[in-house]
Design a protein. Structure first.
Length: 202
């Protein structure tokens, strides 16, 4: 078919694929001319998604029990994530099974844990944690508890805006209320899981 330029300003006779590669630029396309149905699945990269979109999800599971019997905060799960965009927000969810016991002369016991992060091994920023006094954290506390042992499943949800594209490390650490005579084991009644969601900002 011959190519014809009509007096109305239209062109006929051009077959599919008949235009040379690279001839249609952004200025040639009319506003809103690309419909959703014309966009191939998975063609839109994470960086092009709008505010609030989930850019990536990084899960991690620790199947090892971590027992703590001293006043030193001990890490029981950790995971790195490299942000796709600098202005991203992060939602970090940690769930762990906890077993607590009293093995000394105390009549009560308990413990707690915190969720924190650092960037590239730098300074630590706490996101969320249990209250504590001069003895230790008491997110879980049992006063004059006859059995001197207790199990629970606990969850923390942290929100963070690190403002970086460098690797961010999220980790959870905990300890018993008393540094002696109390014990707390993370991952004892269920595995410890961490899921990090990167959400497009701002």
């Amino acid at each position: 078919m011959a190519i014809t330029i009509n007096g109305s300003g239209t062109v006929t006779g051009v077959s599919v694929g008949g235009l040379p590669d690279g001839i249609v630029d952004a200025g040639t396309l009319a506003s809103n001319s690309v419909e959703t149905a014309k966009i191939a699945a998975n063609a839109v990269t994470a960086a092009k998604r709008g505010t609030g979109a989930i850019l990536q999800v990084v899960p991690h599971t620790n199947t090892t029990n971590v027992a703590v019997t001293s006043s030193t905060y001990t890490t029981f799960i950790t995971k790195d994530i490299t942000p796709i965009a600098q202005d991203s927000r992060f939602i970090v969810v940690v769930t762990t099974g906890i077993y607590m016991s009293e093995t000394g002369s105390q009549n009560h016991y308990g413990g707690g844990w915190t969720l924190s992060r650092n960037i590239g091994g730098g300074s630590i920023t706490g996101l969320i944690g249990d209250p504590q006094d001069s003895n230790g954290p008491y997110g879980h506390f049992y006063y004059y508890h006859a059995d001197k042992q207790q199990a629970a499943i606990d969850t923390r949800i942290g929100y963070d805006s690190p403002n970086t594209t460098s690797t961010v490390t999220y980790y959870a650490e905990g300890r018993p209320y008393y540094g002696t005579g109390n014990s707390i084991t993370f991952g004892a009644t269920s595995d410890t899981q961490m899921v990090i969601y990167e959400v497009a900002g701002p």
